[in-house]
Ligand binder design. Structure first.
Ligand code: 0A1
Ligand code: ZN
Length: 858
């Protein structure tokens, strides 16, 4: 598409139901790498036989139409409108009919990995959001649902599709999916695969065959995915009362995949990095993520598949809810406080960043050009936060009742956010009109808290006065106040809690809440559990933060106090002011607190990242200097290490986990604390401990941590060579190898190192994981990406332009590296804008990348 083509936006307000109903979709595939034939028979009928409507089918580039027939009679020259196929109302009967179509497609030429493509000799599909139209002409929209019958012809040994298997003979397999579904949930896999299998009996006694399919040689690394699946199935029965509904559940791991994984009905397809794990090759974080994503895709069976979205504007209906569910699952299985802190960290790093820049959009957008650009942290993670707030406001019991009603009322339907909110209104009698703003209004609210203390003879009185305001975002200038649940607790001067957690419900722009009968002025623990995705500011000194870090009973608020202390020290240093030593002192006390969970202590010991510091400075109206931030953070880490060298060294030794590796939360938490200590100690031991650990570690978690430390100390070469020699054939480990060299590189050399790595023959850039490892690695090196000479921007833009021609989705997604450019100094802004303009001017730029770049420039 040329840059002069006018962008075509889609609007929520334009929704209209599809004028035809689809009773059955029959598909037949004759697979061949360069010329796959797809025959379809769509059993259609007019929604309103009295209304004469054209039948419009979506199509994509790369479809070669062979033939089209209506009830067996050929339609010789159907009308084409762009990539669509239109059959005029006058040529359609006012009764049910069958539209048959045959097309030819070229999976081998499909480097965008959307539709049917080849990955390492294996056929696979990705149809969300609009990939099915690259397979055949079809009403490719989520509100058109049908049962599917699929025949696959191929000599490959494994032939899979959705639903239950109904026929298998030489060179042919037939599948039937009885549950009506939209085309985006269609999947097909064909290849030379091996399987690990298990069997699951549902609560009501249905036997289900579970299979995880991988490439030959990978089967020893698929066990954790299978165990995770069984845990997820059990949990969804116990907590949400949801059972699985087919005879088989298949998971397939593929090496070339644009995203993490996909919830196709009965046939989930996964990026292999979210299936394959062994202690030797995967880190604790990889294991945790595999468990979470396996669960996420499985949970979609009810929240996404049985109840799907009416249109793509409603994406958060399935994604926000499914993320919320997978977060609950991980909290239940591992540590709830640690999970909450991890989630908030991720939310701030990705979603707050998005919400504060040119790409800000509501959880439910009302306009898009390319829907694939809206699989964002806002739709997913903020979408989950909004559900968490709703649950907090209505209470756990009402939440459970509302969900039961949702499943009852909307099973088999394509629903909307209005439907979702209505089940809560009907269950609780609450009016959720104001709450709905969380879905329709973009931007992160700022919440300011002021304390007013009045001593009195009959007890003191504390008033908390809150003000909220949400800064403008693209297309939304004025934001009315929202409902904000603010969880608050009070702690007495002796450290005891004097008022347990209470949720204040703020609905006005300015509102006060009063606590009476207090003996002495308490310390306020505010926004406990991060009860709302807002930026809270208050007048508080470092001594009070240190007090909260020592005494708060809410683990999130406790961690937050420590983090605020660190940020206060870092901001002072990054702006050339002297910092008080409260953080260094307080963090030592916490590290030594053996009553606290090691994983929690590890989180407290980990300093805020450079990006987070930059975001905080920008939010306060300052211009962040990436080099000064980098230096300040290094400096604070050294101070902590020097002040607590003996303690950290003891921790490092004590947290070693003896015996066989287990990815469970307990041992993983000990390793996390050990690694946090190592990271600090490396600043003063020159990397000696890291070198020993790299040579002796029996697991990838410690090995990678040691490698990263070594690279940061400029002594990573031997370790990198050793890792490469040992794992040259393991793509997932080599992705880490590429990535760590750039993330841990000295900022002034990061872009040059990335450029050298990109020259390597094993920089297989068309593989999304490898591309992300390198480009994402650079973007994660804050001072490296934002290097003053623009080398980071240029390198990234060069590669995004190259990638765009092969895989627009990946290019567009990675372009978010630029989304924070407006916060930096004029020189950097100029360089970043020049890079963005260069991309915008590219001949043949995709709709995906064009939309992203133009939103960022605007
Ligand atoms: N629905 C999937 C994510 C997904 C979205 C788009 C894809 O291709 C463009 C692939 C996967 C999930 O939430 O896991
Ligand atoms: Zn999802």
């Amino acid at each position: 598409m040329s840059p002069t083509t006018a962008p075509i936006a889609q609007y929520l307000a334009d929704y209209r139901p599809y004028p035809f109903l689809l009773d059955l979709t029959e598909l037949r595939f004759d697979l061949a790498p360069r010329g796959t034939r797809v025959q379809s028979a769509l059993h259609l009928r007019p929604r309103d036989p009295a209304a004469a409507e054209d039948l419009v089918l979506d199509g994509g580039a790369g479809l070669r139409l062979i033939g089209l027939a209506l009830d067996g009679t050929a339609i010789p020259a159907p009308r084409r409108e762009g990539e669509r196929l239109v059959i005029a109302a006058a040529d359609l009967p006012a009764r049910p009919f069958v539209l048959s179509c045959e097309v030819e497609i070229d999976p081998d030429a499909n480097t965008a990995f959307e539709g049917l493509y080849l990955s390492g000799g294996m056929f696979c599909t990705q149809c969300e959001a609009e990939g099915f139209r690259h397979i055949t002409f079809y009403p490719d929209r989520p509100d058109v649902m049908a049962p599917f019958r699929v025949t696959i012809r191929s000599d490959l040994p494994v032939l899979l599709s959705n639903g239950n298997p109904v026929r298998r003979e030489a060179g042919l397999a037939e599948w039937h999916d009885p549950w009506p579904k939209p085309a985006y949930l269609f999947a097909l896999v064909a290849g030379d695969l091996v399987v690990i299998s298990d069997r699951y009996t549902t609560a009501s006694g249905r036997a289900v065959d579970l299979n995880v399919w991988v490439r030959p040689g990978d089967q020893d690394r698929a066990g954790y995915a299978m165990e995770s699946l069984v845990r997820a199935m059990r949990w969804d029965e116990e907590v949400y009362g949801r059972e699985y509904d087919l005879d088989v559940f298949n998971i397939v791991a593929v090496d070339d995949f644009n995203m993490g994984a996909m919830e196709n009905k009965g046939l989930n397809i996964f990026n292999s990095k979210l299936v394959l794990a062994s202690p030797e090759t995967a880190t604790d974080a990889d294991y945790e993520r595999i468990e979470a994503v396996i669960a996420h895709e499985y949970f979609h069976n009810w929240t996404g598949n049985r109840i799907t979205c009416r249109d793509w504007f409603q994406l958060c209906l399935k994604e926000g809810l499914t993320v919320f569910r997978d977060q609950q699952f991980t909290s239940d299985l591992r540590s709830a406080p640690v999970k909450r802190i991890e989630d908030v960290r991720a939310l701030r790093a990705r979603q707050f960043r998005e919400d504060q820049g040119p790409l800000a959009h509501p959880v439910r957008p009302d306009r898009y050009e390319e829907i694939n650009n809206f699989y964002t942290a806002t739709v997913y993670e903020k979408g989950a936060e909004v559900i968490g707030m709703l649950r907090r406001l209505v209470g756990d019991a009402a939440y459970a009742r509302a969900l039961d009603l949702y499943f009852d009322r909307h099973d088999g339907e394509a629903a909307t956010i209005e439907d979702w909110l209505r089940v809560f209104e009907d269950t609780t009698g609450r009016d959720l009109a104001q709450f709905k703003r969380w879905y329709t209004d973009a931007g992160t609210p700022h919440l300011e808290m002021t304390e007013i203390w009045e001593a009195g003879s009959d007890g003191g009185r504390l008033t908390l006065d809150f003000r909220q305001h949400t800064p403008p975002t693209p297309g939304q200038d004025d934001k009315p106040p929202r409902v904000i649940p603010i969880a608050v607790g009070l702690i007495g001067p002796n450290g005891d809690e004097v008022a347990g957690t209470r949720t204040l419900e703020m609905t006005e722009a300015r509102q006060s809440f009063t606590f009476e009968g207090l003996g002495a002025r308490p310390v306020v623990s505010a926004l406990r559990g991060f009860s709302a995705p807002v930026i809270l500011s208050r007048q508080i000194d470092d001594a009070t933060r240190a007090f909260l870090l020592a005494h708060d009973t809410d683990p999130f608020a406790r961690w937050e106090a420590g983090r605020d202390l660190a940020i206060s020290a870092l901001l002072a240093a990054a702006q050339g002011r002297a910092a008080a030593g409260d953080h260094v002192e307080a963090i030592g006390r916490l590290a030594a607190d053996e009553a606290a969970d090691p994983a929690f202590r590890a989180l407290c010991l980990t300093l805020p990242g450079e990006e987070e510091i930059a975001a905080r400075l920008a939010a306060g109206g300052a211009v962040p200097d990436p080099d000064a931030i980098h230096a300040a953070r290094e400096d604070l880490a050294r101070q902590v290490a020097e002040a607590h060298a003996a303690l950290l060294s003891d921790l490092y030794d004590a947290m070693a986990v003896p015996g066989a590796y287990s990815p469970d939360a307990g041992p993983a938490g000990r390793r996390a604390l050990r690694i946090a200590a190592l990271g600090l100690l490396t600043r003063i031991d020159g990397g000696d401990r890291a070198e020993v650990l790299f040579g002796t570690a029996g697991n990838m978690t410690e090995r990678m941590a040691a490698l990263s430390c070594l690279i940061r100390r400029g002594r990573g070469q031997a370790a990198l060579a050793a890792l490469r020699d040992r794992f040259a054939d393991n793509r997932l480990v080599m992705d880490k190898w590429f990535s760590v060299q750039v993330t841990a590189a000295p900022p002034d050399r990061a872009a040059a190192i990335a450029r050298d790595l990109a020259e390597r023959p094993d920089f297989d850039w068309k593989n999304p994981n490898r591309f992300r490892a390198l480009l994402g690695g650079l973007a994660a090196n804050h001072a490296g990406f934002h290097a003053a000479d623009g080398a980071g921007y240029d390198f990234t833009a060069d590669w995004l332009m190259r990638m765009d021609a092969a895989n627009p989705q990946i290019a567009a997604r990675m372009s978010t590296a630029f989304e924070t450019w407006p916060r930096y100094d004029a020189a950097r802004r100029g360089l970043a804008q020049a890079a963005l303009r260069r991309m915008a001017a590219m001949e043949g730029i995709s709709r995906n990348l064009r939309e992203m770049v133009s939103r960022m420039i605007a």
